[in-house]
Design a protein around this ligand. Structure first.
Ligand code: MG
Length: 390
């Protein structure tokens, strides 16, 4: 048996040449913290990439890694880890990652901490514990999760970060030439209009490409129904996050009113949140985000989806690669996974941060069979990690 001896939290900041989703639009000005608001969806983004990284060290000297969101207020998340979670994990056996997850969840649930920064912190710890369990056992995490169900997994090109529609269409066509035939464009930066973007991409990419629209929670239900119906003649693959995430009934109404599958779930952190939507048939595609769920809850959300005939298409946000590796291990081990988001603007740029680089070539992710998550921070990444002590 192995015991956790130490849990540390770090902040990782990686500069970007261009903000996520592309260049800043008119009136989108960063404040002194480096944050700005996208006019298209009224949501805050940083001009850099930033995540929270967790390291678990076992009594036998195994170092294991987890990661979660840190895009804004990262010290809220690291304080939860350093001040609260770490001491409740020290002494536990990482092979019991799911049980530890549930104990940590219970610590604060009656105080209403069933989301947000608390569960992001828990997700990072959970991922690190699974990595530790795999390394101690000498097995890849997908084996601990029941074994590999597929040899490769299709990745879809996410976001076309160019300023004009013509350039976005050309960018997508370039990826088509590199063997990718699934795409998602971002409604929040579709300056010429989402229906116009859908029509243009269909024209450029041909009938066989699958094209989805991320609607970025920006519409009322009636607006969303109208916009989706106007994209349907161009064979929309799925419509993601059409309305405000808290409006469960509204999402069910949209789903019933259109032929296109509705996708959602990147912002959910627990099976409880997922079930509220599953129970009213609000989604045909669930998009769990490893950085919010951790491995334990990701697999629960996905298994419950598969039992109900809902497809799983995991979300992949920015990060060093640790939580992407965790997402791939879970995705390769689960039934009903139809693909995985590919953040081209992050994955290849971050290859200098991780050993055993995550590769998505010719439209397919491959997964290493090294123990644990199969990725380790490089010297470059270690030099960027800022240890948090309070
Ligand atoms: Mg999205």
């Amino acid at each position: 048996m192995s015991r956790v001896a130490q849990v540390d939290a770090f902040i990782l900041t990686v500069p970007r040449d261009e903000p996520y989703l592309g260049a800043l639009g008119p009136g989108e000005t960063p404040n002194k913290r480096g944050y700005f608001v996208r006019k298209g969806n009224k949501t805050v983004y940083p001009i850099f990439d930033r995540s929270v990284v967790v390291r678990v060290i076992t009594d036998s000297g195994v170092a294991a890694w987890g990661e979660t969101y840190g895009i804004v207020a990262p010290k809220a998340t690291t304080a939860i880890i350093v001040d609260l979670l770490a001491d409740f994990v020290v002494g536990r056996d990482p092979a019991e990652a799911s049980a530890i997850h549930d104990d940590l969840y219970s610590l604060m649930r009656v105080r209403g901490y069933t989301g947000g920064f608390y569960l992001d912190a828990l997700a990072a710890v959970d991922i690190a514990l699974w990595d530790a369990a795999g390394k101690v056992a000498g097995k890849p995490v997908y084996e601990l999760l029941g074994g590999r169900k597929r040899e490769e997994l299709s990745g879809y090109v996410s976001g076309l970060p160019k300023p004009t529609l013509d350039e976005r269409a050309a960018f997508a066509k370039d990826w088509l030439g590199r063997g990718f035939d699934r795409f998602k464009f971002a409604g929040a930066v579709a300056g010429e209009g989402i229906v116009e973007e859908m029509a243009k991409l269909r024209e450029e990419l041909g009938d066989d490409a699958q094209i989805a629209c991320d609607m970025h929670w920006a519409h009322t239900p009636d607006q969303a129904i109208d916009a989706i119906k106007r994209m349907e003649p161009y064979d929309l693959w799925f419509a993601e996050a059409p309305i405000a995430p808290e409006n469960v009934k509204g999402l069910a109404k949209v789903a019933k009113s259109v032929d296109t599958p509705i996708g959602a779930g990147e912002e959910w952190r627990t099976l409880f949140e997922a079930q509220l939507r599953y129970d009213v048939d609000a989604v045909k595609i669930v998009q769990p985000e490893m950085g919010h769920t951790g491995i334990t809850e990701f697999t629960r959300i996905s298994k419950a989806a598969h039992e109900r005939g809902i497809s799983i298409l995991p979300h992949a946000t920015v990060g060093s690669g640790i939580f992407l590796a965790a997402s791939l291990h879970a995705s390769f081990s689960l039934e009903g996974v139809i693909g995985h988001e590919y953040q081209h603007s992050v994955v290849e740029r971050n290859h200098n941060l991780m050993t055993n680089r995550i590769i998505c070539s010719n439209g397919n992710y491959q997964l290493s069979d090294a123990a644990g998550l199969g990725v380790e921070p490089t010297e470059d990444m270690l030099s960027r990690l800022e240890l948090q002590t309070e």
